[in-house]
Design a protein around this ligand. Structure first.
Ligand code: SAM
Length: 336
């Protein structure tokens, strides 16, 4: 793959490196778990470029199989004419597909309605919100840099959604409360939680995972509010609680469980687990109480260390030393 020059890189940075296109195989692998949701529904893929988007490809070719009513995709016209945008027209556009008309089971160009926006097709614009209102389910890979706003808008308009985002978004202060109140959860995800996106940005991955014309983005996953069986699968737990294996935090009343698979089966108190626990969360099995970011009592730590050693988080003590841990999620077993 050709390397991009400094000038282009500057433009890419300004565009916040949001131009990643999702692979068809990744869309297919996730969407096969949701097929029962789409019958008679209008699907909106905003934040898209329908002419290169595999989302448009997937839904238009699966239109009849899914029993869709209508497919709408919108294409943003970046004001800065970003590095890789395929949309060279002066205006942003949106496409509409209502299914195969000539019986060849292929979405032909004459069956796809192309309309121009007055504005730039920003998902927050009135025109796009109007299309959002008409949609039942939104499926896309929105710009990671606008993820908070993007989700807030979906919640505001009470939409069902299946979208791609960075795993770190779980802990955003705007997003985590949605997990706590069961308004959002994680889908099935990418292999090893790592996605390959089609892009022209240079891939800095040096390992065997490098793929030509793609960039490897770690810790990427699907966020949804569509019901999936995975969400009700009980985690099978094999460990028994032993205070020697599970230290108690110095600054919060809970035990430390460093690996989700090691959650003790017989402990009914509060436990701190890594963020990746959210991939396994079953709201019938455990309740989420909060994040260490919000729960940690840092006055205890300040007193011990005489200073603030970074942001709020849980600490354990080992051989007289305080050990600072990564962000944890506090959970408690629902009574069996
Ligand atoms: C990560 S890419 C994903 C593209 C496509 N959904 C896919 O997965 O193949 C995000 C897309 O959102 C577009 N975008 C960026 N800012 C936007 C905005 N404010 N409103 C709508 N789309 C935007 C970008 O141009 C880009 O095409």
């Amino acid at each position: 793959m050709a390397k991009v020059g400094n000038k282009q890189l500057g433009r890419a940075r300004r565009a916040k490196e949001d131009e990643f296109y999702t692979r068809l195989e990744d869309i297919e692998r996730e969407l096969r778990h949701y097929e029962n949701h789409f019958k008679g529904k209008t699907v909106l893929c905003n934040c898209d470029d329908p002419r290169v988007s595999n989302f448009f490809h997937y839904f238009s070719y699966r239109f009849e199989a899914l029993g869709l009513k209508r497919l709408i995709t919108t294409c943003y016209k970046n004001q800065e004419r970003d590095l890789f945008s395929q949309n060279d027209s002066e205006r942003a556009i949106w496409l509409e597909y209502t299914g195969d008309k000539n019986g060849n089971r292929i979405p032909d160009p004459e069956e796809i309605g192309i309309r121009q926006f007055e504005g730039d097709g920003d998902f927050r614009s009135e025109e796009c919100i109007e299309l959002l209102k008409q949609a039942d389910i939104v499926v896309t890979n929105p710009p990671f840099s606008l993820f908070r706003e993007y989700v807030a808008q979906l919640v505001k308009y009470d939409k069902k959604f299946l979208i791609i985002g960075n795993q770190n978004a779980i802990t955003y202060k705007e997003i985590f409360p949605l997990f706590m109140s069961n308004k959002i959860w994680l889908g099935y995800g990418f292999k090893r939680n790592c996605a390959h996106f089609i892009t022209h940005y240079e891939d800095t991955a040096t390992d065997a995972d490098h793929r030509e014309g793609m960039i490897r983005v770690p810790s990427v996953t699907w966020f949804t509010n569509l019901e999936i069986p995975k969400r009700h699968e009980e985690m099978v737990l094999y460990r028994k609680y032993d205070p020697l294996d599970y230290p108690t935090y110095v600054n919060y009343d809970a035990i430390e469980v460093g690996k989700t698979s090691e959650i003790p089966d017989d402990f009914n108190g509060v436990m701190g687990v890594p963020i990746t626990y959210m991939y396994k969360h079953n709201p019938d099995q455990f309740e989420i109480l909060g994040m260490s970011l919000d729960l940690a009592d840092m006055s205890v730590i300040r007193k011990r260390l005489g200073c603030n050693n970074g942001g709020p988080t849980f600490y354990i003590e080992q051989d007289g030393h305080l050990i600072r841990l990564y962000n944890r999620i506090a959970i408690r077993r629902r009574r069996k």
